[in-house]
Design a protein around this ligand. Structure first.
Ligand SMILES: [Zn+2]
Length: 338
C-alpha cells in the first residue's frame, strides 16, 4: 500500500508524509499540512506570508491493531488584508479538536452499537473525547428539530399523578401501622398499583389486597377511588367525561384524605389536557415507553450534568438500538457505562 492510500484510508489525504514509527501499540506518523491550507483562516485570501510553524497532535482511526497518533506541522500565516498572524486551518481535522473528522465519523457509527466506555477503549482515547464527539454530532443533527410537519402535541398529563400518590399514602400509613398491620402492608405497593382485573389469583393477590384494605379505611377509600378513576376513559363523550372528572374530584376532596385531595387538584389542573383525549384518542403506550426510556437514560448516565447533551440524547432516543434493551422489563441494570 502506498502512503497516499494509507492516508486516504485514515482520512488525511493530501497531507505530506515525513516519517512514522511504532511504539507500545501506537502508530505515530509525522506529517505536514497540505498546501491547500495556505490561505487566511479568516477571509480565505491566498495572499499570505509564512510566519513560522506550529505543531498539533491529533488522534486518527486505528491502523490495523495499533492506535494512530498524528504529529502535524502546519504554517502560521500572516494575511495582508486582515493584517493578522493566525494558525492555518487544518483540513480533515475537526476544528478546535485533537481528532480527525474520520475518527469522529467512526465514533458516531460505533456509538450506535456500543457504550461510550467501549468506544473509548476500542479507539484508544478518553471517555470525555468520545462524549464530546457524540454531543457534537447529536446537537448538529437534533439541535433544532423541524416542527413544520408537526400536527399534534401529546402531553402525558396524568403520568405524574398516577404512580406516586398511592405509594405516598401507603408510606404514610405504614409509618403509623401497628405491628400486625405492618406485615400486611409490606409489599403492597405493587398490588395497589395493579389494575383490579390484572390481579393474579394463584398468588393470592386479591386476598392479600382485600385484607389490607379491610384493615385500613383510608387505604381502601384511596384504592377504590383509584380504580374508579380509570373509568374516565370509558365515558361515552367528552361532556360526560368532564362531569365524571368533576364528580371524582368532589368525592376525593370529601374523603378528607390528603393525597386524594392533592390528586384532585392535580387532575383539575390538567382537566383540559385529560379531556382532550376524547378529541384525539392517542394511546399513551408509546408515551409511557418514551418516559421509561428517558428515566433509564437519566439513571444510566448517573444524571446528566450537561443539560444540552441530555436534551440531544432525548431527541436521539429513537436511534438507540442497544442501550435501552430490557429497560421496561428488568429495570436499568442492563444498560450501564453510558
Ligand atoms: Zn485575511
Amino acid at each position: 500500500m502506498t502512503t497516499k492510500e494509507l492516508y486516504s484510508s485514515i482520512g488525511v489525504s493530501g497531507y505530506g508524509h515525513q516519517g512514522c514509527w511504532r511504539k507500545g501499540g501506537i502508530f505515530h506518523i509525522r506529517m505536514e499540512a497540505p498546501l491547500s491550507c495556505h490561505k487566511c483562516p479568516k477571509c480565505g485570501d491566498r495572499n499570505v506570508i509564512h510566519r513560522g510553524t506550529f505543531d498539533r497532535v491529533v488522534h486518527a482511526p486505528r491502523i490495523g491493531l495499533d492506535r494512530t497518533v498524528l504529529f502535524i506541522r502546519a504554517p502560521r500565516l500572516e494575511c495582508r488584508r486582515c493584517q493578522q498572524v493566525l494558525n492555518a486551518v487544518l483540513p480533515k481535522i475537526e476544528p478546535r479538536c485533537n481528532y480527525t473528522k474520520s475518527l469522529a465519523r467512526l465514533v458516531v457509527d460505533l456509538r450506535k452499537m456500543m457504550t461510550i466506555k467501549d468506544v473509548a477503549q476500542y479507539v484508544g482515547v478518553s471517555d470525555t473525547m468520545i462524549r464530546g464527539i457524540d454531543k457534537k454530532y447529536l446537537s448538529r443533527k437534533f439541535g433544532k428539530p423541524r416542527l413544520r410537519h408537526l400536527e399534534i402535541i401529546a402531553i402525558d398529563e396524568i403520568h405524574v399523578g398516577k404512580k406516586n400518590k398511592l405509594t405516598q399514602l401507603r408510606r404514610d400509613l405504614q409509618r403509623e401501622a401497628d405491628a400486625m398491620g405492618r406485615k400486611v402492608l409490606k409489599g403492597l405497593r405493587y398490588l395497589l398499583l395493579k389494575h383490579q382485573e390484572n390481579l393474579t389469583e394463584s398468588k393470592n393477590e386479591r386476598a392479600r389486597l382485600m385484607e389490607a384494605l379491610d384493615l385500613n379505611q383510608p387505604l381502601a377509600i384511596t384504592y377504590y377511588l383509584k380504580e374508579d378513576l380509570g373509568q374516565i376513559w370509558q365515558q361515552s363523550n367528552k361532556a360526560i367525561a368532564g362531569r365524571f372528572l368533576k364528580d371524582w374530584c368532589a368525592r376525593a376532596r370529601a374523603s378528607g384524605i390528603k393525597v386524594l385531595q392533592t390528586m384532585a387538584n392535580t387532575l383539575e389542573g390538567h382537566r383540559t389536557g385529560i379531556l382532550n383525549w376524547y378529541d384525539f384518542p392517542i394511546s399513551t403506550g408509546r408515551l409511557e415507553g418514551i418516559n421509561n426510556k428517558i428515566g433509564a437514560l437519566q439513571r444510566t448516565a448517573y444524571g446528566y450534568r450537561d443539560r444540552d447533551y441530555f436534551i440531544a440524547k432525548l431527541y436521539a432516543l429513537h436511534l438507540a438500538k442497544f442501550e435501552l434493551i430490557g429497560v421496561s422489563a428488568r429495570g436499568t441494570h442492563s444498560c450501564q457505562g453510558r
